[in-house]
Design a protein around this ligand. Structure first.
Ligand SMILES: [Zn+2]
Length: 323
């Protein structure tokens, strides 16, 4: 990565100080989203001899976070009558359901339990959204744990998720992911992890009432900011059959250099290919609620998101017929 080291005059320094002071309250309110990775359910992919892989994952988390500087998620703090539970498929054992009760989540943070498992020959990784039950003081469950309000709209909140990588995949870990790299025959951990983290945020969440779901129109994605880019499909941008990714062969622009690129949230990726977040991916994140300030709206008492276990699993298939 390139560093930016400006030389500064004393006046510039003073101006910077003034600007910093002036912007401080705004920065506090409109903070950067952060991913908190939890490795307690990992069974070796990120542990022991592979513990060094955590740095690669943290770097991907930072990469995705940098696009979400105006996030306003309240922290989840339990106590008194407030209690909540998240249930999700274990990232290291798809046959096991894991349950987390009364997890504290910092403001603007999303907790991601990571691990790896044999996911079959066509799946590189999967993001797993939890089923959540919550109850407590008036409005706490619905406003703090389960949803958030941005402007005049209400969105499903991202608070905790699981992320499982295929332990059998031949992964490429890149310490310089923003540089051009060559890795024929290997699958790019950077691209796949970034893709799944966007799912964690709610991209492709087809559960009723989610920010994504509310933008679906006749099976296509009709978010206003996304349509501004895709003016050739004014009634909705085509999606894949599962309605949780852009349709294959969709094109957008890389945030790295503006080059035409398949979106990160395309349904598949071939070996040897790197994908960056594209402008269309970012527009969709805006459409599902990640650009504006949170405004809490009082709502009555306990509420549950769905009934029982509520897992969504995305698969990112290898493209057949491509090397
Ligand atoms: Zn996906």
């Amino acid at each position: 990565m390139r560093e930016w080291r400006p030389t500064m005059s004393a006046l510039s320094r003073r101006l910077l100080l003034l600007l910093t002071l002036a912007l401080a309250p705004i920065t506090n309110l409109r903070a950067q989203l952060s991913f908190t990775f939890d490795y307690s359910l990992d069974s070796g992919f990120f542990s022991g001899a592979n513990a060094g892989r955590r740095l690669y994952l943290e770097a991907v988390g930072s990469y995705v976070s940098q696009f979400l500087t105006a996030t306003s998620l309240a922290g989840i703090t339990v106590g008194g009558s407030n209690t909540w539970t998240a249930q999700f498929t274990s990232p290291s054992n798809p046959a096991t359901t894991h349950s987390v009760t009364d997890l504290s989540v910092a403001a603007n943070a999303v907790v991601v339990y990571v691990g790896a498992a044999g996911l079959g020959s066509s799946v590189l990784a999967q993001a797993i959204l939890p089923g959540i039950t919550a109850s407590g003081e008036d409005g706490w469950a619905s406003n703090t744990v389960l949803k958030r309000t941005v402007g005049a709209s209400t969105y499903t909140r991202a608070s905790v998720a699981a992320l499982s990588f295929n332990s059998s995949t031949n992964w490429f870990f890149d310490s310089t992911p923003l540089a051009n790299s060559s890795f024929a025959g290997q699958y790019d951990f950077f691209s796949v992890a970034a893709h799944e983290l966007l799912h964690v945020l709610g991209f492709g969440d087809t559960r009723g009432g989610s920010g994504w779901d509310k933008n679906l129109f006749s099976g296509a994605f009709a978010g206003g900011r996304s349509l501004e880019e895709k003016t050739d499909t004014p009634f909705g941008i085509p999606l894949n059959a599962g309605r949780d990714h852009w349709a294959a062969n969709t094109l957008s622009f890389s945030t790295r250099d503006g080059a035409v690129q398949e979106p990160l949230m395309d349904p598949d990726i071939a070996a040897g290919v790197r994908k960056y977040v594209t402008s269309l991916d970012l527009r969709a994140l805006n459409d599902i609620g990640y650009a504006a300030m949170l405004t809490a709206v009082p709502e009555p008492s306990a509420y549950a998101l769905g009934a029982g276990i509520f897992c969504l699993i995305w698969v990112w298939r290898r493209r057949r017929g491509q090397s």
